[in-house]
Design a protein around this ligand. Sequence first.
Ligand SMILES: Nc1ncnc2c1ncn2[C@@H]1O[C@H](COP(=O)(O)OP(=O)(O)OP(=O)(O)O)[C@@H](O)[C@H]1O
Ligand SMILES: [Mg+2]
Length: 278
Amino acid sequence: MSEPDTSPKVQTTIETGDEEPRDAPLNTKETIIETRDLDVYYGEEQALDDVSMEIYEHDVTALIGPSGCGKSTFLRCINRMNDLIDSCRVEGDVEFGGKNVYDDDVDPVALRRKIGIVFQKPNPFPKSVRENVGYGLKIQGYEGDVDERVEESLKSAALWDEVKDQLDSSGLDLSGGQQQRLCIARAIAPDPEVILMDEPTSALDPVAASKIEDLIDDLAEQYTVIIVTHNMQQAARISDRTAVFLTGGDLVEYDETQKIFENPEHQRVEDYITGKFG
Ligand SMILES: Nc1ncnc2c1ncn2[C@@H]1O[C@H](COP(=O)(O)OP(=O)(O)OP(=O)(O)O)[C@@H](O)[C@H]1O
Ligand SMILES: [Mg+2]
């Protein structure tokens, strides 16, 4: 991270929620993910520059910053989705539970069950609601009761009541907001530890988006959530910590969300969150 600047601060306009942090004091939480000197390149182009950060268990961590600053790239490094991009090269460490996820003996498919991901555009499979949620269980050769796990996952995704009578209908027949909760249920089913979300509400109407926000708050009781968002108010409302990336793939500031939005160290961060650029 670059050095803090000392220029005078103006009051920022974004308010964080009144509620007390969920598990105060925050600094007693365990580290679940740690990146060290993480550099990512696509061919010759560098997308992340020397990113070192620790993510804490049961936090909601928001990643914010202007388009192209490397937020999605960072998210995809954590569960090795970047492996699927030929030109992508990763240097440095990404540890999950103390183990480097890029070690040769890590199976990326098993890793992605532990670290699920939900994308901007809901992407259910053209299969029934039940099969969508049970998909990962089937691949992993789950030995428990699949229907029970499907029900639990749909309940955790706050979708069960809306779909319990149409489990055999196509997931594609649900509304956009329901489809996104279906994708969350699909990510939850294999019992992950971390859920990555890349702008999960930006394709949804405000009511559907607000349901997902409420859900994220509940999910953090059981999981660790890392969410990319362009919506500053959303980051302020739902996250415990916020990481601000700026152009060049630079992690400029990372702190408790309230600090980032009310009294950031860096003028560039303040300019970004008050809408002066980006
Ligand atoms: N598959 C890819 N191939 C080549 N370059 C890529 C690829 N994905 C991302 N990049 C480049 O890496 C940089 C970071 O992109 P990334 O998608 O991580 O940014 P972002 O912060 O998520 O942006 P946005 O807010 O627009 O989603 C950009 O310069 C982008 O052009
Ligand atoms: Mg992105």
